[in-house]
Unconditional design. Structure first.
Ligand SMILES: [Zn+2]
Length: 373
């Protein structure tokens, strides 16, 4: 019974990896319009971004749809398969990288972006969904099953049980590890130099370094990009020599007008609301923490976890553009060009994710401690 429970996440991870590898080589979508034919694979979108001169956006899409999922699934499979056989040091490293990469593997968000792109494609062309799409859906489901069934604490304990290090003395100051959750006890007489987690080897910080200045820089940069991301068109659709620029809001209005209001609401939340809410909430957290305020601490903590979780879903529009530029390549008959709004928007998403990552939520609780001293 225990064995069956242990092998379930491994089976899911392996299945997801196989689905993914299949999706890499198989065609994804084919479209037919004006007597012509276009076919896209997973990497066609990033490639077209590069061709059109938006290298950074291309690199971003390439990383979150190709590199991160492959690495994440590969490392998880290796860790779970080798849990009792491979050297624990190696497995600890691979499991740590898996945990860091996990939110950057955006197959689920990509599929939603595909759904939005699909509604636009059907207006101009005959769309044929190919095998890679189904494989990608299989990959997403198996990956979700693997992520939710893998017991990270259990994996760390198993690896810990196999390590031969001498346990650290249980006195000194307790300090939790960011990466594996292990409660280290840091002696008061530790020497100079950075401290490392006893269990996973990750760096230990009482507080993240330069948290305020780093979080503020990313946040202000994101804020500076937010306006151009919404004002500039993020793509230009040319149909029968007539060019229509699309802004983010324009795309949403069009979805509404076609009667696709659930999709319109989804894109509105993902593209307009989430980035703005993230910027405002994080700004509020930074200011209250720096002022030493103890108000609404529980709310602020929940809000932090919320914006940490929600950020990746803003990528829907970027993925949509990536799929449209990969397929709509019929010259003056029908074609889609990425525009600078898409790059500004991608920058907003990445900068806000970095800003949330840079902020140390423990800083909010320091005010509470200061109050009791
Ligand atoms: Zn650790």
């Amino acid at each position: 019974m225990r064995r069956a429970r242990r092998s379930y996440p491994l089976a899911c991870a392996l299945a997801a990896l196989l689905f993914y590898l299949f999706a890499l080589v198989a065609p994804f979508i084919e479209i037919r319009a004006y007597g012509r034919f276009a076919l896209a694979k997973l990497d066609t979108g990033p490639e077209q971004f590069m061709v059109q001169g938006f290298g950074l956006a291309g690199a971003l899409v390439f990383i979150v749809t190709l590199v991160a999922p492959a690495l994440k699934l590969g490392l998880l499979t290796i860790t779970l398969a080798g849990l009792r056989r491979l050297p624990p040091g190696l497995l600890k490293l691979s499991f740590r990288i898996y945990q860091v990469l996990a939110p950057w593997a955006m197959i689920d968000v990509y599929l939603l972006g595909f759904l939005v792109a699909y509604t636009k494609l059907t207006a101009y062309a005959q769309v044929h969904l190919d095998t890679a799409l189904y494989a990608l859906i299989g990959c997403m489901l198996c990956m979700a099953a693997a992520d939710s069934s893998v017991d990270a604490e259990q994996v760390w304990r198993t690896l810990d049980g196999r390590s031969t290090r001498t346990p650290a003395p249980a006195d000194g100051m307790p300090q939790g590890c960011h990466e594996c959750g292990y409660l280290n006890h840091v002696g008061y007489d530790h020497g100079p130099g950075p401290l490392h987690c006893q269990r996973c080897g990750g760096a230990l910080h009482a507080r993240k370094r330069d948290s305020y200045s780093r979080a503020w820089s990313f946040l202000l940069a994101a804020l500076a990009m937010y306006l151009p991301a919404n004002i500039y068109p993020f793509m230009v659709l040319t149909s029968l020599s007539h060019a229509t620029p699309y802004t983010i809001i324009g795309g949403i209005i069009e979805l509404f007008q076609s009667g696709l209001w659930p999709l319109a609401l989804l894109v509105f939340f993902a593209s307009i609301t989430i980035p703005l809410v993230k910027i405002l909430l994080l700004g509020y957290m930074l200011i209250t923490a720096q002022l030493g305020s103890t108000a609404h601490l529980h709310f602020r903590c929940k809000a932090y976890r919320f914006i940490d979780f929600i950020g990746r879903w803003s990528m829907i529009d970027v993925f949509m553009v990536s799929i449209l530029i990969a397929l709509m390549r019929f010259g003056e008959f029908a074609s889609v060009q990425a525009a600078r709004g898409a790059v500004c928007f991608a920058a907003v998403v990445v900068l806000t994710i970095f800003a949330v990552e840079a902020f140390d939520p423990r800083l909010m609780w320091d005010a509470e401690h200061a109050l009791h001293e």
